[in-house]
Design a protein around this ligand. Sequence first.
Ligand code: NDP
Ligand code: MG
Length: 379
Amino acid sequence: MKILLLGSTGSIGTSACRCIRRYPDRFELVGLAAHSNLEKLSEQVEEFHPPYVCISDVATASRAAERLTGVTLFKGAEGLVQIVRHADYDLLLNALVGGVGLAPTVAALKRRKKVALANKESLVIGGTIIGNLVSEGFGKLIPVDSEHSALLQCRNGENRESIESIILTASGGPFKDLPAERFAAITPEDALSHPTWNMGSKITIDSATLINKGFEIIEAHHLFDLPFEKIRVWIHPQSVIHSFIEYHDGAVMAQMGVPDMELPIQYALSYPERLPIQEKRMNLAKIGKLEFSNPDYQRFPCLQLAVDAGKAGGTMPTVLNAANEVAVQLFLEKRIKFTTIADIISQQLDQHENQKADFLETILEVDQQTRNAVLKNNS
Ligand code: NDP
Ligand code: MG
């Protein structure tokens, strides 16, 4: 199977390369895209010899021409869409971070390709467009996010009508037990040390504020076509149950495994088949006990903001995501406090006039306006 991998230099991208390396007779990398990590991208090009490459950071792209010879090179954010439109592949693995992932996802579906989606922001902001394309028979979507991969596995062979509810699990992040009065003093270093998952910096901060779980609720709503009322969250610090489906006869299916993204990534690549991974085994006797509790919406206001924006629909999730992306960047640069992330998002949502989100252009325009507004207010 020919794979186009966007975001190849990131945490998901490099785990995906390990899966592809594990099954060289099955998987062939025919295209790679990265933003600014030319060093890692060059190593990947040398190893996998893909005919198509994209570098979305324009300054990096201009330095790359002499290092990357013998490939068709696309540049800039437009290059991400061009590589999706021109490369010859069977499956797009979208492992970009942020709203920039939406246009490539849409472009691949329009070509009726399979899309393995790690880039959850695509679904958060473009769920309506993506949902329409998939239901009209354009392409297929396979979730990579561990919770949604778990749901797909719990769903196997069952009717959608018999689903009573779904429960997404969340590790709770590093501040699960931190008293409310200490949140304002949280530093980027504190927030970047996630207890169970090793991920890129943006999603690690999103996990610390719990907005990540809110994004995943919106993602589940679109992927499984379920109302928000049927989607719940449980904090589960051990991170070995990746989610549950409760059926209308009271049966509950859970999918379990070590917290390692190679499992859901490889499953998305080989779906519906399973391929062996020898070295990843869960030992419940060693873990001893599994805990579950309800999330605290007071200490983690971003979770509630995401649920509310998801329920409102239209362009509200676009505002949620764009405000969050800029706020997270400002926090990582130590320009705002941890607690200001929620304030910024809330302020942008409050002043936004909701619109239908049926067109890519509308979403991209609202996305840009929100980013500009947050940057202006915090410069
Ligand atoms: P990383 O930050 O580790 O990697 C992001 C990738 O996207 C890198 O290849 C990076 O390029 C590229 N990139 C960054 N900014 C831009 C941009 N402006 N334009 C184009 N490309 C860009 O992220 P993760 O791998 O952690 O996450 C990727 C996606 O997967 C996210 O949507 C995340 O929410 C989701 N996800 C991640 C999980 C994880 O365990 N990491 C788990 C579940 C979902 P470069 O490095 O060259 O600058
Ligand atoms: Mg997840």
